[in-house]
Design a protein around this ligand. Structure first.
Ligand SMILES: [Zn+2]
Ligand SMILES: [Zn+2]
Length: 404
C-alpha cells in the first residue's frame, strides 16, 4: 500500500504548477459578477469531470464536486468563492480581465484555481484517501453571499469538517496565516425611523423634534461598543435623513448603519443594547420608532483543533517559516462563517505577494500563490482524513510511521 504524504504533494505541485497557473490566468481574465459565474462554473465542472470527480450544479452557478476515497470514512469539505467585482482592472497583467468593468480584485480567481489544483492532486491519489472530499465552489460571496444558500441545497450534508482560505496583502507571498478563535466580524445592518411631530421652528413646544431625538440616538449608539465588549466592535451610523427647511422643526428622521462584532455573544449583546438604547431615547423624547435590524454574515470563529491541524499541515508542507499566526481579528466580513456554523473547521490566509489593497483595480496576487494554496488545501485534507487516526499503522506486517 502506498502512503501519500507531504513529499507526494510537493512532487504533484511541481508537476501541476503550469496547469494551475493556466487555470488561474483563464479565470482571472474572464471575471464574472455574483450569480453570473456561468463560464467559471462550466470551466470548473468540466475540469472536475476530467479528473473523474462527480459534480452537481445548484443555484445556477454553484458547483459541488465529490471525490470518494477508496476506503470510505470521514468527509471533509473545501470551499472556494468564485465571483468577481465591478471594477476595471489596471494591473497591466498579460492575463488581465477582458471584460471592462469586471475584475477579480479579491483573489477569488486564485481561490478557485487553487481548489481545482487540490482536486487534481487528491484525485490522483484517491485510492490512498481514507475518506471523501467535497469541493464547494461558491457564487456571489461579494454580494448577498452564496454560502447560506448552498447549505440549504445540502452541500454540507455528511461533511465532518470544512476548510477555506483567502489571499491577503498583509502576509509575505505564499505564507500561510492561521488564526485561533474569533477571526472575521459578524455583520448586521440597521435602519431606524424616528417619528415626532413637525412644528414651526420658532414654536418648538408645539411639536416633537425627531431630528434632536435621532442625534441623541447617534451619540448613544456610537458609545455602545466600548460599553459592551473589550473585543474589537464597531458601530457606524452611515446615513441620516431629516428636515425640509430651516424654519421647520422636523417630525421625521431616519438613520442607517452597520454593526460589526466578534463572536456570537457580543453580537447578541450589541443587538440587545441597540434596541434598548433606541427605545429608551424614544420614550424620553416622546418620539416613536420603527426599527429594522438585519442579520448579515455570521462572522468567522475558527475551531481550535482544526486550526492546529491546518497550522501543522502548513508547517509540514512549507516548513516552519512558511506559516505564522495572524496578529488579530479583522472587522471585515466573509460568509465562510455560515459553513463553520454547520461543521468544525478553520479559515486561513495566504500572502498574495501584492501590497495593493483587496478590492482595488491594482490588486494582483503573485503567479504561484494559487499553486501553493492548492498544495495547502491538499495537505489539510490529508492530515484530516489520514492522520486523525493513530500515527502508527500496521502495513503488510511491518510497522510504519505515516509521514503527514
Ligand atoms: Zn472581497
Ligand atoms: Zn474575497
Amino acid at each position: 500500500m502506498k502512503t501519500i504524504n507531504c513529499e507526494t504533494i510537493r512532487n504533484e505541485l511541481t508537476e501541476s504548477s503550469d496547469e494551475i497557473r493556466r487555470l488561474r490566468e483563464d479565470i482571472h481574465s474572464h471575471p464574472e459578477l455574483g450569480n453570473n459565474e456561468f463560464r467559471t462554473a462550466d470551466l470548473i465542472e468540466s475540469y472536475l469531470n476530467s479528473l473523474d470527480i462527480t459534480t452537481k450544479r445548484v443555484l445556477g452557478t454553484a458547483v459541488i464536486g465529490t471525490l470518494r476515497g477508496k476506503t470510505g470514512g470521514r468527509t471533509v469539505a473545501l470551499r472556494a468563492d468564485m465571483d468577481a467585482l465591478p471594477l476595471t482592472e489596471i494591473t497591466g497583467a498579460d492575463f488581465a480581465s477582458v471584460y471592462a468593468g469586471k475584475m477579480h480584485a479579491c483573489g477569488h480567481d486564485v481561490h478557485t484555481a487553487a481548489l481545482l489544483g487540490a482536486a487534481r492532486i487528491l484525485s490522483a491519489h484517491r485510492d490512498e484517501l481514507e475518506g471523501n472530499v467535497v469541493f464547494l465552489f461558491e457564487p456571489d460571496e461579494e454580494g448577498r453571499g452564496g454560502a447560506a444558500r448552498m447549505i440549504k441545497e445540502g452541500c454540507l450534508e455528511g461533511a465532518d469538517a470544512v476548510f477555506g482560505a483567502h489571499v491577503t496583502p498583509d502576509l509575505p507571498s505564499g505564507k500561510i496565516g492561521v488564526m485561533y478563535g474569533k477571526f472575521y466580524a459578524a455583520s448586521d445592518t440597521f435602519r431606524i425611523v424616528v417619528n415626532g411631530r413637525a412644528s414651526h421652528g420658532a414654536v418648538r413646544e408645539k411639536g416633537i423634534d425627531a431630528l434632536a431625538a435621532a442625534v441623541e440616538m447617534v451619540t448613544a449608539l456610537l458609545a455602545l461598543p466600548g460599553q459592551i465588549t473589550d473585543d474589537k466592535c464597531v458601530l457606524t451610523v452611515g446615513k441620516m435623513n431629516s428636515g425640509t427647511a430651516e424654519n421647520i422643526m422636523p417630525g421625521f428622521a431616519e438613520l442607517e448603519g452597520i454593526i460589526r462584532t466578534l463572536g456570537s455573544e457580543t453580537r447578541a449583546a450589541m443587538e440587545e443594547a441597540f434596541h434598548r438604547t433606541v427605545r429608551e431615547i424614544a420614550e424620553k423624547t416622546g418620539t416613536t420608532v420603527v426599527i429594522e435590524y438585519n442579520h448579515s454574515h455570521p462572522g468567522i470563529v475558527n475551531n481550535d483543533e482544526m486550526t492546529a491541524l491546518a497550522e501543522k499541515a502548513a508547517a509540514d508542507l512549507f516548513g516552519d517559516e512558511g506559516v505564522c499566526r495572524i496578529d488579530g481579528p479583522t472587522m471585515t466580513t466573509e460568509d465562510f462563517g455560515c459553513f463553520l456554523n454547520e461543521a468544525p473547521g478553520t479559515f486561513y490566509h495566504i500572502g498574495a505577494g501584492c501590497e495593493e489593497p483587496l478590492h482595488s483595480s491594482t490588486f494582483l496576487p503573485d503567479d504561484d500563490v494559487a499553486i501553493k494554496l492548492g498544495g495547502m488545501h491538499a495537505a489539510v485534507v490529508l492530515r484530516y482524513l489520514n492522520k486523525i487516526k493513530p500515527l502508527i499503522e500496521e502495513i503488510s506486517g511491518e510497522t510504519a510511521v505515516i509521514d503527514l
